[in-house]
Design a protein around this ligand. Structure first.
Ligand SMILES: CC(C)(COP(=O)(O)OP(=O)(O)OC[C@H]1O[C@@H](n2cnc3c(N)ncnc32)[C@H](O)[C@@H]1OP(=O)(O)O)[C@@H](O)C(=O)NCCC(=O)NCCS
Ligand SMILES: CC(=O)OP(=O)(O)O
Length: 334
């Protein structure tokens, strides 16, 4: 059985059922994904949005609020004053006044993140409607960085279709959603965080490839040097991690090409953690793998936050929402 987040969570559930806040509580895919998560026993769900609109979206799917599914309307919630005060405290150094804080927590995205920050929810999922920039900016501002993280980045879990090429395998692609032009230091951080996420969410030992348009010196350019510097920084900080670069995608993915282009590498042809040199490559690469290669893509999953908050592609399905709910619970258990 594929080790998808849902399957991993079902085989090793937490002692206490998690509660996940979905900020787009009127979107049919979000509602269906949340209902499926409840039915599978993955989590309890809070749907955030205008009460009547959420009730109508639930009714469309023959469902209603229950012990496992609650509706939070930011306009009428008894939590809104305490959330406004907390948001004001968080953002006053940026010139946010109390009136602006009260308005901000009316946003379902910010309200859902406040539910997590203030301990009313285990994690939050959004982005079926909102853009990645808005989802990520909210997570950074409201939930913030984990004390042991240098930065926040993102990744996708990629699962091959049933009818796939011989070397098809589950992989982690990073950063395919957030950090636009990472420096060598940032690339090394992204790789270290991705290695941890690989263990948490794929239950695999990470084999990290730093991707480039060059393999082991086949091209010389400052963009290639950035990638080899990132590898050196990762190896200095984490000598225990298996990583190599710079590698082209075919050298990282296909065993025979890896053996021919990088014969001394124990990562070439075996990599399961693909580190892209920038967001152009990472975002285009994941969408091509998904849309041309038929891989299922779960993400963008955020790493480096103090508590879990995750994004979705606006092209997501209800199944993607349920998988992301499972991801969010697994991250909280890490
Ligand atoms: C994530 C993103 C929204 C950051 O937004 P930004 O406009 O650069 O944000 P700013 O530079 O104004 O920074 C906002 C805050 O986030 C912090 N921040 C930004 N990126 C960060 C990161 N990667 N890790 C930690 N903190 C970060 C800044 O320090 C700042 O903190 P402050 O408000 O307390 O000062 C931006 O990198 C982005 O748009 N990325 C691409 C998203 C996207 O479109 N992806 C494609 C589809 S998946
Ligand atoms: C991750 C991503 O590309 O998101 P969207 O498709 O919503 O732009």
């Amino acid at each position: 059985m594929t080790k998808t987040p849902i399957n991993l969570l079902l085989s090793d559930p937490p002692a206490h059922r998690a509660t996940i806040a979905l900020s787009e509580g009127t979107d049919p895919r979000v509602v269906q994904g949340g209902l499926n998560a409840i039915q599978a026993g993955l989590a309890d769900i809070i749907l955030v949005g205008d009460t009547e609109a959420v009730q109508a979206a639930l009714a469309d799917q023959g469902a209603e609020a229950s012990d496992h599914l609650t509706i939070h309307d930011p306009a009428t919630s008894p939590l809104r004053d305490s959330f406004a005060e907390a948001f004001f405290d968080l953002r006053k150094h940026k010139g946010v006044d109390m009136q602006a804080a009260q308005a901000a927590v009316q946003s379902p995205l910010i309200y859902a993140a406040m539910l997590v920050r203030m301990g009313h929810a285990t994690g939050t999922v959004g982005g079926a409607v909102a853009t990645t920039s808005d989802v990520v900016r909210t997570a950074i501002q409201v939930i913030g960085k984990a004390p042991d993280a240098a930065m926040i980045s993102s990744f996708f879990l990629m699962y091959p279709p049933e009818q796939a090429t011989p070397h098809a395998r589950a992989m982690l692609y990073s950063d395919s959603g957030l950090v636009i032009y990472p420096s060598a230091d940032e690339l090394a951080e992204i790789a270290a965080a991705s290695a941890r996420s690989c263990r948490t969410l794929m239950r695999d030992e990470p084999k990290i490839a730093f991707l480039s348009f060059s393999t082991k010196g086949s091209a010389r350019h400052e963009k290639v040097t950035k990638v080899t510097e990132a590898l050196a920084k990762l190896q200095a900080a984490h000598p225990d991690l298996h990583a190599d670069g710079e590698l082209q995608f075919d050298a990282a993915f296909v065993p025979s090409v890896g053996a021919s282009k990088a014969p001394d590498s124990d990562i070439a042809g075996q990599a399961n953690v693909m580190i892209f040199p920038n967001l152009d490559a990472g975002n285009i690469g994941y969408k091509m793998t998904q849309r041309l290669g038929g891989y299922a893509a779960i993400g963008p999953i955020l790493q480096g936050l103090a508590k879990p908050a995750n994004d979705l592609s606006r092209g997501c399905s209800a199944e993607d929402v349920t998988q992301m709910i499972a991801v969010t619970v697994l991250q909280a258990m890490d």
